[in-house]
Design a protein around this ligand. Structure first.
Ligand code: CTP
Ligand code: ZN
Length: 153
């Protein structure tokens, strides 16, 4: 394949999540709640050679823009990713992620005894660690599978 061809075609409209660390694309899809059953048109490239990163993954979701909560959770597992909003084939906005120090109201705590799971609503709060997140209330640590702990709207 020549350098002038793209492995994954350009899209007309939607979101391109680029520069995802190699191997993380399926986790990105899980965070976006994409399993194919929703009917979205999605292209995924894995372990694509990249000058900057060695190898990268890329996810292109057509006709969809991301919510701030989705971007917040993505920043935990793919802090080096770039989010490109595409309209009429052009990148109209490029968002660089930043690993937050804490995430509030985005993830749910897996500890059923945690105050954030009690009847009185308390917003969840997690501190971001190098290799996971820690509940600010009960100190439960979540390392893997952040995607299945995204708080329900
Ligand atoms: N892209 C796409 N469809 C479009 C426009 C862009 O799929 N209609 C993809 C490109 O293939 C690239 C990403 O969106 O993976 C960002 O596009 P662009 O900003 O044009 O590329 P670069 O300048 O190389 O981006 P960066 O500087 O972030 O690496
Ligand atoms: Zn907790």
């Amino acid at each position: 394949m020549s350098d002038h061809e793209l492995r994954v075609s350009k899209i007309a409209r939607g979101t391109v999540i680029d520069h995802i660390r190699g191997g993380q694309a399926l986790n990105v899809l899980a965070i976006l709640g994409i399993d194919g059953a929703g009917g979205e048109t999605v292209s995924v490239g894995m372990n694509i050679p990249s000058d900057r990163m060695g190898k990268k993954d890329i996810v292109k979701v057509e006709d969809r823009e991301l919510s701030q909560d989705e971007v917040d959770v993505l920043s935990l597992i793919a802090p080096e990713a770039t989010i490109n909003i595409v309209r009429e084939y052009e990148v109209v906005e490029k968002q660089y992620l930043d690993r937050p120090e804490r995430v509030i109201g985005v993830l749910s705590c897996p500890n059923h005894e945690c105050i954030t799971n009690a009847d009185e609503p308390v917003a969840t709060e997690f501190e971001v660690l190098d290799d996971g997140v820690r509940c600010a209330y009960c100190e439960t640590i979540l390392r893997e599978d952040l995607a299945s702990h995204i708080a329900a709207e």
